[in-house]
Design a protein around this ligand. Structure first.
Ligand code: ZN
Length: 735
């Protein structure tokens, strides 16, 4: 179910699952019915909860992380712009050292313009990790209009040094999380180290001020929201220039920016002023059930929710599977303690103990949660889980975790080029007979072969991996293997799978790569393969466009995905290029319309004209022309010289296994050029084949050749190369 990139990414978007907008509501059209209760056991994605409630589901969500829960509640009922502005204004005007808080904080970032010497406020200072002072500063000078980056000075170093990590604010920041004597104190200290000293000083000053002000509850919460976003944007995780857009480890970037905290606070206003979905929520602790269209938020872990809902029979689970993120989990514990005190952070304080969350750990965690909630499930319960950040390790952990918790994989839809997968499970009690490693290896090999055959084109490691693991999960073999293999299942099976792919009798590797995860795989024996997926996608897009006018891109994408489901799901980029090849977008409405020249009748006429011209041209140049499925030009001795295939589409992949004595020349409309280029980019086989064995020319070249005087049999070959399709254009980023 495709969706749109969100218009408003929302708070902490770099840490929350990058779920596309609309994919949940689209999925709910075919999953359960309006009015039904759905349970989200992980509460990782506010967007999922909101879309489910908007689709008139009664949503019960367990949200144990106070940070995600805060975002969830204020996504369901967002702050108004006015509330956020009042919170900011109250903070700005709060008294501080005989002045007000805003100028006090801004003054921390005072520096001199490198060009005219005027006193200016820095937007950011740039630091090298572990250095004692900033290397650069970024500012805008009102006096001389100098903007951009300048080298930091000795004075900048001095000012940065004033706010060392040993100051009062640092002690307060630490005390709030882990007081003296707390076993987690040193872990809290490590977590604090991703904040530059001056940043920490500014944040804790703001936090204390917010605490002291007497504010209505909503305004205070709005102030906390602004601070939370500032906590996120001003730490050293974010690289400079742009980099590490989704950090997972709590470690400063080698080069990071120390942002002006006040301005970060100001920017946060726009982040939190979200569109109001007009929904209601309540906090449930005693097993209350929500009405359709409302959200019941359980402020704790799933394991505590289950006993309060013993009488419930949950039929539908809808969730985004969380992926381990040491950075986010640790910072959540820190931020929750800062904003709401140690007690609020207690449920997730364990995250402070820095640890590596490997995939085996994650599989075990998912197993515990999913097994633990079975008492409140209806025997016919159905699970629909989104994974917007799927990768092989995560897929393996999810599949193994669910399988051994007693769920059978019913379906999967994979768009792995953008890291997205949707998985569906049912409750299942049957287990297959125990399998051996050898049998598992055979299963994985045949699943990988099958996915390449049905797609008819080379596939990535992650695709083959997902196909193989899903195949095992479909028959609940992972649970069996895990019970035999103990905790090493993920490692052993990964090695087994790599061994499968390394077998040159079955798979060929396209390109020179060392890591098994890189490049594309294809079959050593490419018989029994389907028509290439890229060509099928093109056909479907064209059919849809000719049948229904004025659809949006997502609607077309959705139709294509329905026609090519599961492991056939094509990548979005291909669908887009197909669309652009045949249609134009009405920029105001976002609707797509077939180009007039691609209307069936006009294209048919076009193709007939080109065939006629090719017959004429061949005869004029002295060839004997046979007008069959392909046009054949013979010389005087009856030898084959040229064969042309006139097509309206760019479905050139079908001929790839054909053996022809004379290279085939495809004659296509000019509008197909970028589509041909995209197909060549995706498929190295096709690239090689086009270069060696065939040519592609545009209709307009044929028309031009007809008007050329002095064209002969001898110079024709060279002339056929003068109007190359765009894959020869060095301007296009093809590889
Ligand atoms: Zn200046």
């Amino acid at each position: 179910m495709p969706g749109y990139p969100p218009v408003q990414p929302g708070p902490l978007a770099r840490f929350l699952p990058p779920l596309k907008e609309g994919c949940v509501s689209r999925s709910l059209k075919t999953y359960g019915d309006a009015g039904e209760l759905v349970l989200d056991p992980f509460g990782a994605s506010p967007r999922l909860v909101v879309e489910a409630a908007q689709a008139n589901r009664a949503v019960l969500v367990a949200a144990n992380n106070p940070i995600t829960r805060f975002i969830l509640l204020h996504t369901i009922q967002p702050f108004t712009l006015a509330e956020l502005q009042i919170a900011l204004a109250r903070l700005a005007a709060a008294p501080k050292d005989g002045s007000r808080l805003e100028p006090f904080i801004l003054d921390l970032y005072r520096t001199e313009c490198a060009r005219c010497g005027a006193s200016v406020l820095a937007e950011s200072f740039i630091w090298e990790r572990d250095s004692e002072g900033p290397t650069h500063k970024i500012y805008m000078c009102d006096r001389c209009n100098h903007t951009g980056e300048a080298t930091a000075t000795e004075a900048d170093w001095e000012r940065a040094r004033v706010h060392s990590r040993r100051g009062l604010q640092h002690a307060l920041a630490l005390e709030q999380v882990a007081p003296t004597g707390d076993p987690d104190r040193r872990h809290a200290e490590t977590a604090l180290s991703v904040y530059p000293g001056r940043t920490l000083f500014a944040l804790i000053t703001l936090l204390n001020k917010l605490e002291q002000l007497t504010l209505p509850a909503r305004i205070k919460a709005a102030g906390q929201a602004l601070l939370l976003s500032a906590f996120d944007t001003v730490n050293a995780l974010w690289g400079y220039p742009e980099g590490r857009s989704r950090p997972r480890q709590l470690i400063a970037s080698p080069r990071y920016r120390e942002d002006n905290v006040w301005w970060a606070l100001e920017r946060a206003v726009g982040i939190w002023a979200m569109e109001d979905p007009n929904l209601e929520w309540f906090e449930c602790r005693e097993g209350e059930l929500p009405e359709p269209g409302t959200v019941a938020v359980f402020p704790g872990p799933m394991r505590d929710l289950v006993p309060t809902y013993q009488d419930a029979e949950v039929r539908f689970l809808l969730t985004v599977l969380p992926r381990p993120n040491q950075a986010f989990w640790t910072l959540s514990a820190l931020w929750a303690a800062w904003l709401w005190g140690r007690a609020a952070a207690a449920p997730i304080k364990v995250a402070l103990r820095r640890r590596r969350y490997d995939w085996a750990w994650h599989a075990g965690a998912l197993r515990t949660v999913m097994a633990g909630l079975k008492p409140i499930l209806n025997p016919k319960a159905d699970v629909l889980a989104f994974m917007p950040e799927a990768e092989p390790g995560f897929m393996a952990a999810a599949l193994a975790g669910f399988d051994s918790a007693g769920y059978r994989l019913e379906g999967r839809s994979l768009r792995l080029d953008e890291g997205s997968a949707v998985l569906r499970w049912s409750l299942a009690d049957f287990l297959k007979q125990p399998q051996t490693q050898v049998e598992a290896q055979q299963r994985m090999a045949s699943a990988a072969i099958k996915v390449l055959r049905v797609r008819g084109e080379p596939g990535s490691f992650s695709l083959l991996h997902a196909a193989a693991w899903c195949d095992l999960a479909r028959d609940r073999l992972l649970a069996e293997l895990w019970s035999v293999e103990d905790s090493h299942l993920l490692t052993t099976l990964s090695e087994t799978f790599e061994a499968v792919l390394a077998d040159p009798k079955t798979f060929v590797r396209l390109g020179q790569y060392v890591e098994p995860e890189s490049g594309l795989y294809w079959l050593a024996d490419p018989s029994q393969v389907n028509q290439p997926l890229a060509d099928r996608v093109e056909m479907h897009v064209l059919e849809i466009l000719r049948k229904e006018d004025g659809l949006s891109e997502v609607e077309i994408d959705e139709r294509v995905c329905q026609l090519l489901p599961g492991i056939l799901t094509p990548d979005r980029r291909l669908v887009q290029v197909c669309l652009q090849s045949y249609a134009v977008e009405d920029p105001t409405e976002g609707h797509w319309h077939l180009r007039s020249e691609d209307e069936p009748a006009s294209r048919e006429e076009d193709c007939q004209e080109i065939r006629r011209l090719l017959v004429e041209l061949g005869e004029r140049l002295g060839f004997a022309v046979q007008d069959e499925d392909v046009l054949i030009w013979l010389d005087e001795q009856g030898g084959l010289v040229y064969t042309f295939k006139v097509m309206e589409t760019a479905a050139i992949g079908a001929g790839i296994e054909e053996k022809r004595e004379v290279p085939l020349t495809y004659v296509l409309p000019g509008g197909r050029a970028s589509l041909v280029a995209e197909k060549l980019r995706r498929d190295p086989r096709l690239r090689e084949w086009i270069q060696d064995r065939v040519g592609v020319i545009k209709f307009r070249l044929v028309r031009r050749l007809m008007t050329e005087v002095g064209l002969t049999q001898e110079n024709l070959a060279a002339r056929l190369n003068i109007d190359p399709p765009e894959h020869h254009d060095p301007q296009l980023p093809l590889l």
